[in-house]
Write a protein that binds this ligand. Structure first.
Ligand SMILES: Cc1cc2nc3c(=O)[nH]c(=O)nc-3n(C[C@H](O)[C@H](O)[C@H](O)COP(=O)(O)OP(=O)(O)OC[C@H]3O[C@@H](n4cnc5c(N)ncnc54)[C@H](O)[C@@H]3O)c2cc1C
Length: 382
């Protein structure tokens, strides 16, 4: 049986997230967009309400919710401001490889305190010369006695300026390619870490992205997550958990663009009638609604597969690429519906168009998602 109804718990979470978005995120979104100020107070309030860190296991004091619950929150937050939403959800990406690959003792050490206070983590994989090509990273972790010494520069790290800890991917044996990569938990106050300046990005300006430099950063052996050589697998497995929620954020921003467009199309008149009466505009809005529905179903499918305990890599990539490309198209069309006013900062849709772009870039570009999908399909039909 196929059921599209949410459970009572899921409906409550969705409603809580919707209220929070409307009352706490939306009113403050223009301020954070214009100033680039990090929304720490909003993050703390979301944490207090239990709208963050959903996947932390019950054994560590967490809620141990599924990916679906994360996606429901992400769509609501995304409909209000994806910059603030990305800042709130940076923890999800940092936590995911810990949940997948850490020992119970490590989970208690890293994730336990996150249920007691608003602690922030960042996922450090990308480097100045290696983004899509993760194997091209140059960071190293050299074993010295019972410690590892980490050296390297990470780039575009979301939340880095406010993180309490980092998930770091580095080579322990460069000769072995991706099988020579290992993953580490690194507290942000470890000597040798330098945080760069906040990047001045096109959109999602509330979110904080920075370079993080590791110079002879010493961490004990028990800060290695998973076995030596398994780091790449953990870093990639994290995306099976997080991409559906990222895709849901893209659904949220597209939904906001569609709602603004529909209202404006009813109000704005040209040639003596509302522009919504012209097929050129009304069909654009019909396409928005159709594509948002399709994207949401793909998101729910990717969540469902994961929450059933099945491998969802292909579905997560499908949801991410479809939703990201759809959000870029719909927010661009929303600017078109608004005409000249769409191009002005006085109206809401130009921000949506700027904010939408990064969905096609972070957590794997739209090209990378197509690589993942096509590799999987070609393998199946070999
Ligand atoms: C706002 C923001 C936040 C981010 N947050 C984080 C974070 O928290 N942690 C983190 O580790 N990283 C983060 N990233 C980095 C992000 O994941 C990378 O930017 C992304 O993976 C692309 O890598 P790149 O920028 O090096 O582009 P490149 O890999 O250099 O790609 C450039 C272009 O070439 C295309 N391309 C590359 N290889 C292929 C191929 N084989 N086939 C077809 N096309 C290809 C890409 O799709 C892209 O269009 C963030 C980035 C941004 C912009």
């Amino acid at each position: 049986m196929i059921c599209f109804d949410l459970s009572e718990d899921q409906k409550q979470i969705q409603e809580l997230a919707r209220d929070f978005s409307q009352n706490e995120i939306l009113p403050k979104a223009p301020h954070h967009d214009q100033t680039g100020e990090y929304p720490l107070e909003i993050i703390k309030k979301a944490w207090e309400l239990g709208l963050t860190n959903l996947a932390i296991p019950e054994s560590c004091g967490g809620l141990q919710f599924g990916v679906m619950e994360d996606a429901l929150i992400s769509e609501e937050f995304g409909a209000a401001c994806t910059g603030i939403s990305t800042a709130i959800s940076a923890n999800n990406l940092a936590e995911a490889p810990i949940i997948v690959g850490a020992t119970e003792e490590q989970k208690q050490m890293i994730l336990g305190p996150m249920t007691e206070e608003c602690i922030l983590g960042s996922y450090c994989v990308t480097e100045p010369n290696a983004g899509s090509d993760v194997q091209g990273i140059q960071s190293t972790a050299t074993k010295k006695g019972n410690d590892y010494v980490i050296n390297g520069t990470k780039m575009w790290i979301t939340g880095a300026g406010h993180a309490n800890w980092f998930f770091v991917l580095a080579y322990t044996d460069k000769e072995k390619g991706f099988r020579g990569m290992s993953a580490f938990y690194v507290p942000a106050d470890t000597p040798g870490i330098t945080i760069g300046k906040k990047e001045q990005n096109m959109g999602q300006r509330a979110s904080d992205t920075r370079e993080v430099i590791f110079e002879d950063v010493v961490v004990p052996e028990n800060y290695r997550i998973g076995q030596e050589g398994k780091g790449w697998l953990l870093a990639m497995a994290a995306f099976d958990h997080t991409r559906p929620a990222v895709a849901a954020g893209a659904v949220g921003i597209a939904r906001a663009a569609m709602e603004h467009s529909a209202r404006y199309a009813n109000e704005r008149k040209a040639f003596g009638r509302p522009i919504g009466k012209f097929q050129g505009i009304s069909f654009m809005i019909a396409d928005m609604v159709k594509d948002i529905e399709a994207a949401r179903l793909l998101v729910w499918k990717a969540c469902y597969e994961k929450d059933q305990g099945r491998k969802n890599t292909r579905f997560a990539a499908i949801a991410k690429v479809f939703a990201a490309d759809m959000a870029m198209r719909i927010t661009t069309d929303a600017v078109q519906v608004f005409g000249g006013y769409g191009y002005s900062q006085e109206y809401p849709v130009e921000k949506l168009m700027r904010d939408a772009k990064v969905f096609q870039i972070y957590e794997g570009t739209s090209q990378v998602q197509r690589i993942i999908i096509s590799r999987d399909v070609l393998q199946e039909y070999r």
